[in-house]
Design a protein. Structure first.
Length: 222
């Protein structure tokens, strides 16, 4: 796998500007509409559906990996399956977040006691959060590769099958984890840059992640 190849492949497409602009528009629409919840999830699902097309193109060795933006209904339908998987995978972390908010309040009005409860929760849950995050995102990458090939949404919840994929070569899986982390760090740096960074970050985050997941899929068992 190559992080440089994931970045360079985007710009090999003569229409990369127009295709990335649509990603940026949908990403911003998702943020703006998020208070309306379902409305905010629709553009995000379309982006995830588009990522599946990139994954397929990378797996098939196509030179132009960015698909054309057409058939938005299909992108929404396929991307919704990925979105459901992401939400389910992150339910444990969401529940822990509720505990961080709710349990300290049971300790009364003493801020010292509340801080102690919060610190205890953090120390106890941090190892779980780290392990869960690593496994869930690696499982999601393996699942997206199978889902992109035509499997149903249920493939994301076939734990044994996904474990076999991920554990087939831990060196490859660890390499993917590190590269995915690097992409997230780069994106975080870009987001810190007003205006230009806010536009550039989503244009890079989604297609580069998709390309890297496609590369990972080529290394997984067929």
């Amino acid at each position: 796998m190559s992080l440089g190849r994931a970045f360079n492949a985007i710009f090999n497409d003569p229409d990369w500007v127009s295709k990335l602009i649509i990603i940026v528009i949908l990403a911003f629409a998702s943020i703006v509409l998020m208070p309306m919840l379902l409305a905010g999830l629709i553009p995000l699902a379309m982006i995830l559906g588009y990522m599946l097309g990139i994954i397929n193109n990378v797996r098939n060795g196509k030179k132009i990996v960015l698909p054309r933006w057409d058939n938005y209904g299909d992108l929404l339908a396929r991307g919704s399956g990925v979105l459901v998987a992401i939400l389910v995978y992150n339910l444990p972390v969401m529940l822990l977040g509720c505990c961080f908010w709710f349990l300290p309040s049971l300790a009364g009005s003493d801020s010292f006691v509340q801080g102690g409860v919060l610190l205890t929760l953090l120390c106890c849950s941090l190892p779980f959060i780290l392990i869960h995050s690593v496994l869930s995102w690696t499982f999601l990458a393996a699942g997206m590769n199978r889902y992109a090939k035509g499997d149903t949404t249920s493939v994301f919840f076939q734990v044994g099958l996904l474990w076999d994929d991920v554990a087939a070569d831990w060196s490859i899986s660890l390499q993917w984890m590190l590269m995915a982390l690097m992409i997230n760090i780069i994106t975080a740096v870009l987001i810190a840059i007003p205006c230009i960074g806010w536009v550039t970050a989503p244009a890079i985050l989604y297609p580069v992640h998709a390309h890297l997941i496609g590369q990972y899929g080529r290394c997984l068992p067929k």
